[in-house]
Design a protein around this ligand. Structure first.
Ligand code: BGC
Length: 754
């Protein structure tokens, strides 16, 4: 028998459904009403508490801290002055802290638990830039799902990912964390990652809140120097920087993180135009805006705020809902409200956003829903995740060069030498954001070869890292003097049929705070490469890196180059699969590889200049001491087979341009190709780029087979934003290019009329 209350609820819901209100709407109305009721009960201090986020600090399961900063934070948790926390993880720790807050604070509002599960958790997947090279949206979504599942099973319910910053400067260490230089590809990948992290249902115990970061412009730090000034035009802002954020918001991303940089002279955390006008008003974002770590207090260093009180009012009024580790809100916001610089309505709006997320996750119903030790045992590291990691790593690799079909390797017929300290390294392949993973837990290349039964002789050649800490927060000491291992490496190379050299950056040479001014092979690796080449040019270079490198010498001399990036936990197995041809590489560059770091910034979708050239005289846009062309352009990548494009056809039907092309696998192996569609707007009211990616399809074809690849290009994608962010869709001639990279030559003109 239904109780009277339940009956009432049942009839009420039927009534609402008959009235045309969706279940979603009913749920969201009931959440808003619950928030209204809670807000009435909350003191101003408790409200500010929901806007305050602390970093984890002491072993939560141990004795309570008795003094100092730890005690201060501990007391704040008990007093309900903290709404969320980062870096507390593991079911036992999370449960203990949640119990403290739920049982001891006056209103018992549960905490959110945040963490940077960026490319995996215990199982480390390839760095995001590598994954972007797969152009494989379902695979990227799967990868984020793995990270979410493991993190959620360890007590986490909020990840600070995906990073959707577009960047054109490989000196910036954080390019490893994004999807590269293109706003269209970046937007598609942002959506895939948000879906992967959040799943279809936020109330599932395997979903975590995602965060689109860093809002906005962080990828344009001048000179690629992290935390540096950003000074971009309104056109770049609206056409390049903002689209992936907009796509993430449309995909329902739960939170957005402020960036560290200034935009138009205003730090992003206090940037009313960015956060209130664009994000919250124009895009109707109703999730939470969280500051970056200390991005509030840094406004004092920017010379934008005098003190923390001012930081608090500036950030809160600009719409930054949660203060991560600046101590501005918790210590000063109440006073700012009393002074009248911040209104109570502003506070309520921010608190509502935080409480809404807690409701959507179901934390009010069960604050411990992420605290299941059985789930933690099973899912915090699952054999299926290992498979996904291996598959994702293979899909991420890009074959840059393969002269005379050196690859795939035929180890049974050849004597193999393996050279390079990275080949034995089990730590570097984990890349940068691997805080939850065990150090040195990746499969090394040597282990991959062993598992595949490949016999080889091995020499490290030169060490990449000298003694000293190899740690997330510290700079690595790179070996620039010890060449003692080169002699032995040369000896084994002389005696081999083929030399596999694993060279490049260490996994902790890219990431936050790790900008480089030079994009060469770090340390003594170039010297090692040339010494080995002098005795045996039959080299396969496996390049590991978190960013594009200027490997021009290698590109001119080394017959085969496989870009492996930082492939994650399954590194050695995945690289071996590709080298042996058990997986035919299909990755395409999501970011231009320069010939020299002096060409930076370099990117494919540059504006048309008035002097494109080449010309006989010097008066055209170029360098006199270096080509102005990239080493490998955006979208470039080879396969062990070959593809050709023909029969490009265009037509317009209502709001869609139909583009079709015949794709043929002309080689002798089956393989996958990423067919890419670019547009060029011939004449427009504001100058447009020479090419812009507007579509892509990943297609699998057997040897000798052909297929017709069709694109339905919405005409809205022919438009662009003006400096105010208004979409301009102008009739006129467009060129359409289709091919296997941004240098595609197959093209056709097309007259767009409204
Ligand atoms: C980074 C963010 C990250 C945060 C929390 C900051 O230094 O810029 O991307 O989410 O730390 O770890």
């Amino acid at each position: 028998m239904l109780s009277r209350q339940r009956k009432f609820l049942f009839f009420f819901l039927c009534f609402m459904v008959v009235q045309g209100l969706s279940a979603q709407q009913i749920l969201s109305d009931s959440i808003e009403r619950a928030i209204d009721r809670l807000l009435l009960k909350m003191t101003l201090e408790e409200k500010v508490g929901q806007m305050n986020q602390y970093n984890g600090f002491w072993d939560v399961t141990g004795p309570a801290p008795q003094a100092g900063a730890d005690k201060f934070k501990y007391d704040h948790f008990k007093q309900g002055l903290v709404g969320s926390v980062l870096n507390v993880r593991g079911v036992n720790q999370v449960r203990k802290l949640q119990e403290l807050v739920v049982n001891e604070s006056r209103l018992g509002i549960p905490l959110l638990f945040g963490f940077d599960a960026v490319h995996g958790y215990n199982t480390v997947l390839p760095i995001p830039l590598a994954e972007a090279a797969s152009w494989d949206l379902p695979a990227i979504e799967r990868s984020a799902r793995v990270a979410a599942t493991e993190a959620a099973s360890s007590g986490i319910n909020w990840t600070f990912a995906p990073m959707v910053d577009i960047s054109r400067d490989a000196r910036w260490g954080r390019v490893m964390e994004g999807a590269g230089e293109d706003p269209y590809l970046g937007s598609q990948i942002a959506v895939a990652r948000v879906k992967g992290f959040q799943g279809n249902d936020l109330s599932s115990p395997f979903s975590v809140l995602a965060t689109a970061k860093h809002f906005a412009g962080y990828g344009f730090a001048e000179g690629g120097r992290d935390y540096n000034t950003v000074d971009v035009s309104a056109l770049t802002l609206h056409n390049v920087i903002l689209p992936p954020f907009n796509a993430a918001v449309k995909a329902g991303v739960a939170s957005v993180m402020n960036s560290f940089n200034i935009l138009n002279g205003i730090p992003a955390t206090a940037n009313h135009y960015l956060v209130q006008d664009i994000l919250k008003k124009n895009w109707k974002f109703n999730g939470v805006v969280v500051s970056d770590w200390g991005s509030g207090v840094e406004m004092i260093d920017h010379g934008f705020a005098e003190n923390l009180s001012q930081v608090a009012s500036l950030a809160a009024n600009a719409g930054s809902d949660v203060d991560m580790e600046s101590y501005a809100y918790v210590n000063h916001l109440k006073e700012e409200v009393r002074k009248g610089t911040v209104s109570l309505a502003t506070i309520d709006q921010s608190v509502r956003r935080v409480l809404r997320l807690k409701h959507l996750l179901g934390l009010f119903k069960d604050p411990y829903k992420y605290c299941d030790t059985t789930r933690e045992k099973v899912y915090a590291m699952h054999p299926e995740h290992t498979q996904v990691a291996r598959d994702m790593a293979r899909r991420s690799m890009v074959l840059l060069r393969n002269e005379n079909n050196v690859l795939p390797l035929q180890p049974q017929k050849k004597k193999i030498a393996v050279i390079g300290s990275l080949a034995a390294d089990k730590n570097s392949p984990l890349g940068n954001w691997r805080l939850a993973a065990k150090d040195s837990s990746a499969v090394s290349l040597l282990e991959g070869f062993d598992a595949a039964g490949i016999s080889y002789r091995y020499a490290p050649g030169v060490k990449l890292v000298t003694e000293g800490p190899v740690h997330f927060v510290q700079e690595l000491a790179i070996n620039n003097h010890d060449t003692s291992g080169i002699g032995y490496a040369v000896d084994i190379a002389k005696d081999a049929d083929i030399v596999v050299m694993m060279l490049g950056e260490h996994g902790l040479q890219s990431g936050e705070g790790r900008s480089r001014a030079q994009l060469d092979l770090p340390g003594l690796q170039q010297q090692l490469l040339e010494a080995v080449y002098a005795v045996n040019p039959n080299i396969v270079l496996v390049l590991t890196t978190g960013r594009p490198l200027a490997i021009t010498w290698a590109a001119e001399h080394i017959p085969a180059i496989l870009l492996a990036w930082q492939p994650g936990s399954q590194s050695g197995h995945a690289i071996t699969d590709v080298l042996l041809g058990q997986y035919n590489p299909s990755g395409k560059l999501p970011m231009t590889f320069p010939r020299s770091d002096r060409q930076l910034p370099i990117y494919y979708n540059q504006f048309s200049t008035g002097r494109p050239g080449p010309k006989k005289e010097v008066f055209w846009s170029h360098y006199i001491d270096e080509s102005h062309a990239p080493l490998y352009e955006f979208g470039y990548g080879k396969s062990y087979t070959q593809f050709s494009y023909s029969d490009l056809q265009l037509s317009q039907r209502a709001d869609t341009v139909l583009v079709s092309v015949k794709l043929t696998n002309t080689g002798s192996l089956h393989g996958e190709e990423v067919a890419q569609l670019y547009i060029h707007d011939r004449v427009s009211s504001l100058v447009r780029p020479i090419r812009e990616l507007k579509g892509f399809k990943k297609v699998r074809l057997d040897s000798g087979a052909s297929t017709v690849v069709s694109f339905e290009l919405p005409t809205s994608l022919l438009g662009y934003y003006d400096g105010e962010g208004k979409l301009l869709l102008e009739p006129g001639w467009f060129d359409i290019y289709v091919g296997g990279g941004s240098a595609a030559t197959l093209s056709a003109g097309f007259l767009y009329s409204k």
